[in-house]
Design a protein around this ligand. Structure first.
Ligand code: NAD
Length: 340
């Protein structure tokens, strides 16, 4: 039976990347029925919001979405579509794998990290106020419920994906109550996986230094919202940056898969942008839907085309456009070498 998936092309380079990803996923051996839903700048005039209710309803119905980037209109009163999606759908876990690929010019060769970021609380709860004229306060919320939930997600991900270690990242030496509770929650959950998945913790500043010096020592990292935001970009930088960084926002009822990068408006419609990040987000979606073999096929084909270097986009030093890159990946999956 075909998987019914909400496909949100998005703004800027989004539509071409969505089309490229759809081609690759349709060739993965798994059948999809794509329910295309427009959101973002293009629907603002018609609906007065970048995220109309029927788009949310579509994701709630299908439980899975593949989403292109959406331009956040600058100005008062606009909620970021990404924040709105996260809140409305209860997408509590942000998942970002960062894995080295042959053929990408980076400083490291053996990085294979998975960043699991808590998506709902911490300083991102948005509770802040001015204290008089010359001071302001932001409130950092950490709860046992959300911390245990994200820790369990990280351990379950590790078990399901053959990973061996989870590292909790915190600043509990200074924020003894809030980060202390996060660490305590991770330890509680870790006890349930004793003997199966190794557990350790690191203070966030030390973690950053260690990731730059010896990233190969780490496997799955679990972090509260703010540290997760920062460290996941650091990890993306270790393996080649925005064009190749996939992501997922996952909740109990729905999951939205999307690239880390934005809508890069200056490249819109030029068939220039790199589709890798959204295609790899599609591979994460395949895993989520229970098709690890198809996900492996997509990831292997992406890696081979990048390693070969003949059909990649400008940002990877290649001569190809977005669609030619995607077609080379499709060709690889069918056993055909790019460039032939
Ligand atoms: P951006 O990621 O869109 O682009 C920054 C630069 O990175 C681009 O100019 C380009 O040089 C490069 N780049 C990004 N993606 C690329 C790709 N696939 N292939 C090749 N090069 C690529 O960041 P920005 O310019 O800060 O944001 C533009 C818009 O996107 C803003 O409106 C922002 O709010 C939005 N945004 C949306 C999301 C999302 O929907 N998840 C995420 C980030 C930013």
């Amino acid at each position: 039976m075909a998987h019914r998936v909400t496909l949100i092309p998005g703004d800027g380079i989004g539509p071409e990347l969505a089309e490229a990803s759809r081609r690759v996923l349709d060739a993965s051996g798994i059948a999809f029925e794509w329910e295309v839903q427009d959101a973002g700048e293009r629907v603002m005039a018609e609906y007065g919001t970048p995220l109309p209710e029927h788009v949310l309803e579509s994701i709630k119905r299908n439980k899975v979405a593949l989403k292109g980037p959406i331009t956040t209109p600058v100005g008062e009163g606009f909620r970021s579509v990404n924040v709105a999606l996260r809140q409305s759908l209860g997408l509590y876990a942000n998942l970002r794998p960062a894995r080295s690929m042959k053929g990408l010019e980076t400083r490291y060769e053996d990085v294979d990290l998975v960043i699991v970021r808590e998506n709902t609380e911490d300083l991102y709860a948005g509770i802040e106020h001015r204290v008089g004229r010359d001071a302001a306060e932001s409130i950092k919320i950490i709860t046992r419920e959300a911390s245990e939930r994200i820790a369990r997600f990280a351990f379950e991900y590790a078990v399901a994906n053959g990973r061996h270690k989870v590292t909790a990242v915190h600043k509990a030496n200074i924020m003894k109550l809030s980060d202390g509770l996060f660490l305590e929650s991770c330890r509680t959950v870790a006890a349930d996986y004793d003997g199966r998945i190794e557990f350790e913790d690191r203070i966030v500043d030390n973690m950053c230094m260690q990731l730059v010096q010896k990233p190969e020592l780490y496997d799955v990292l679990v972090l509260p919202n703010l540290y997760g935001d920062i460290v996941s970009d650091l990890a993306a930088g270790l393996v080649g940056g925005l064009g190749v960084a996939p992501g997922a926002n996952i909740g109990a009822e729905a999951a939205v898969f999307e690239a880390v990068h934005g809508s890069a408006p200056k490249y819109a419609g030029l068939d220039k942008a790199n589709p890798t990040a959204l295609i790899l987000s599609g591979a994460l979606m395949l895993r989520h839907l229970g098709h690890p073999d198809a996900a492996d096929r997509v990831e292997t084909a992406v890696r081979e085309v990048i390693a070969e270097g003949k059909a990649t986009t400008y940002d990877l030093g290649g001569p190809a456009g977005t669609m030619a890159f995607a077609d080379a990946i499709v060709g690889r999956m069918a056993g055909v070498s790019a460039g032939r």
